[in-house]
Design a protein around this ligand. Structure first.
Ligand code: C2E
Ligand code: CA
Ligand code: CA
Ligand code: CA
Length: 274
């Protein structure tokens, strides 16, 4: 049988049909979930590394699949990307979270953007519309992207980044340190922020090489004058090391799991005690 249209012929396994069937069903269910506004957004606190004050929020998509329960974004985001659903899903997340941000003055907001959304010629127009509709100042919003897109579509990426910069929105490189980022392209795109991948953060404590690699990664970003957020911070020790390494913002279960907007309201009224 032909393997997922990738052009390779492989041995036939009945299990492959089953997986494809499950995937097709997931894609169908996801489509109707998007149409019925069943994709929701949770918010994870990001704190200042020196004061532990809440400074920003990352919006993360959630899907509670009817009759099945929650599906991880690690599963449904890739399905949305390959099923032509990512544009609508992404705009829904952006619209919900920008609307929410109007009740959180003083906070910044990060939203994840998939490469597929960047490819849509209407994307920057939609973004500009959302800012007009909500009245949010664009500099309060950071769009997070992973490096794959920038490496594979350097030319197009530059054009879209240019337009987003004109709107005034910020761009962060997500999952930094997990891939192959070269100094050359980090400089060429001029990111407003870099987010150290949680795999690097969580390798801390597993030998002395881990901390050296982390320090080198943060130092690389800072040599380009780009501020650094660390994600996946779960322990005090990690928080201390990351602050000393030069991260100005921290995010992770130590400071708060992704939660409802109401939980963020409560956090704003009663700052976290650590
Ligand atoms: P990401 O952008 O790297 O988001 C961080 C992930 O790490 C989130 O997983 C978050 O819940 C998790 N996390 C945060 N702190 C900790 C911690 O201390 N320990 C551990 N173990 N994990 C932590 P989540 O919500 O499951 O999202 C997974 C990925 O799905 C995201 O990774 C992002 O790539 C993608 N994603 C989520 N929402 C959206 C969206 O609205 N649009 C797009 N394009 N992608 C999204
Ligand atoms: Ca992210
Ligand atoms: Ca990340
Ligand atoms: Ca990630």
């Amino acid at each position: 049988s032909k393997d997922g249209g990738r052009g390779r012929w492989t041995a036939y396994h009945p299990q492959m049909d089953e997986e494809r069937e499950t995937r097709n069903q997931l894609a169908l269910d996801l489509r109707s979930a998007i149409e019925n506004d069943e994709i929701t957004v949770v918010y994870q606190p990001v704190v200042d590394s020196a004061t532990f004050e809440l400074v920003s929020i990352e919006a993360l998509a959630r899907w509670n699949r009817r009759g099945h329960g929650p599906v991880s974004p690690e599963i449904f985001i890739p399905i949305a990307e390959t099923s032509g659903l990512i544009d609508r899903l992404g705009l829904s997340v952006l619209s919900q979270s920008l609307t929410q941000l109007t009740s959180w003055p003083g906070l910044k907001l990060s939203v994840n953007i998939s490469p597929g959304q960047f490819r849509d010629p209407a994307f920057t127009g939609h973004v500009a519309d959302l800012f007009r509709r909500t009245g949010i100042e664009p500099h309060r919003v950071v769009l997070e992207m992973t490096e794959t897109y920038f490496i594979q579509n350097a030319e197009r990426a530059r054009t879209v980044l240019e337009r987003l910069r004109k709107i005034g929105v910020q761009i962060a490189l997500d999952d930094f340190g997990a891939g192959f980022s070269s100094v050359g392209y980090l400089r060429q795109f001029g990111f407003d922020r870099m987010k150290i991948d949680k795999s690097l953060v969580q390798s801390l404590g597993q030998g002395h090489k881990a901390i050296e690699m982390l320090q080198a990664t943060v130092a690389l970003a800072r040599s380009l004058d780009v501020p650094v957020t660390a994600e996946g911070v779960e322990t005090d020790q990690q928080a201390v090391n990351l602050r000393l390494a030069g991260c100005d913002q921290l995010q992770g279960y130590l400071f708060g799991r992704p939660c409802s907007a109401a939980d963020i309201d409560a956090l704003r009224l009663r700052p976290m005690e650590l």
